[in-house]
Design a protein around this ligand. Structure first.
Ligand SMILES: [Zn+2]
Length: 282
């Protein structure tokens, strides 16, 4: 989403969620491109939707509006897609996207877990109100923040499926030192419907994390959403160089390792998703 919105003209420092209200047509166009590429679970444009993140842009008073609009846009685009799709096409899933607060939780930082949980409750409630089928908590590094997000979401809805993906970008662990196998164990205890990894340093490291999660909790429904390669910094921009063919090959490896929900994170364009979908459906 971030990759595509910047291509559509979003300035790197600007809040992407404002486009849910100011330029919903541009956000819908991105969703449509991924739907047509074969994506069957799509994430709302609400990654920075806790009040802590929104407050960096003076938008903290608009958390309900911007999150609800993000879910409504994706719901509307999927409804439209289904109207024109072949009969029997399974309905794609609206995943209400929740990212980290951007704050360190106590005792390491200042954010109290109860305040974090409150913010997640508010975001999840607005996403569900806007039409989210599942809540998708992603790019997480700290298990106490994940716990706050899971508990906060549960308060918004006792039965919405919760999916959690962690970012294992620091020598095979998250930035906060969490190992894939430990994450899988906790997440299955907390009732996550699916779990896995997103973002990070490209498909090879993601594959290793998936293998470890699968070994730790063999019955878990695993998610692999790698970036399109290792991030590289060129002329002040982050670029991802893995080709659609490379990502397609990696999709097959992720499936072999036990992943059942396979997609992409930063740098994964609709062309990448189309190649991955073709590979796993062949
Ligand atoms: Zn990413």
């Amino acid at each position: 989403m971030g990759t595509m919105l910047q291509q559509a003209g979003l300035n790197p420092g600007d809040p992407p969620m404002l486009w849910n209200v100011d330029h919903p047509d541009r956000v819908r166009k991105v969703h449509r491109a991924y739907l047509e590429a074969g994506a069957r679970i799509l994430l709302t444009n609400t990654f920075n939707g806790t009040r802590f993140r929104l407050s960096k842009h003076g938008l903290e008073g608009r958390e309900d509006e911007l999150n609800r609009a993000g879910a409504q846009i994706l719901r509307a685009e999927i409804d439209d897609f289904l109207k024109k799709a072949a009969p029997g096409t399974p309905a794609p899933v609206v995943a209400g996207d929740i990212g980290p607060t951007g704050e360190l939780l106590a005792p390491l930082g200042k954010l109290h877990p109860a305040d974090a949980a409150d913010a997640f409750t508010r975001q999840a409630a607005a996403l569900i109100d806007g039409g989210a089928d599942v809540i998708w908590i992603e790019t997480m590094a700290d298990m106490s923040e994940v716990q706050a997000a899971v508990e906060g979401t549960r308060r918004a809805s006792p039965d919405v499926p919760i999916i959690v993906t962690m970012t294992f970008d620091t020598h095979g662990r998250t930035m906060m030192g969490v190992k894939p196998e430990a994450a899988a164990t906790s997440l299955s205890e907390w009732g996550a419907a699916a779990m896995g990894g997103n973002c990070g340093n490209g498909p090879d490291e993601m594959l290793a994390a998936i293998q470890k999660m699968h070994a730790a909790v063999p019955g878990a429904l695993l998610v692999a959403k790698s970036n399109a390669g290792m991030p590289e910094f060129v002329d002040g921009k982050t670029v991802y160089r893995a080709s659609p063919e490379t990502m397609a090959l990696s999709a097959l490896q992720m499936r072999e390792a036990g992943a059942r929900i396979i997609g992409g994170c930063c740098g994964t364009t609709p062309e990448h998703i189309a190649a991955m979908a073709r590979a796993v459906q062949a």
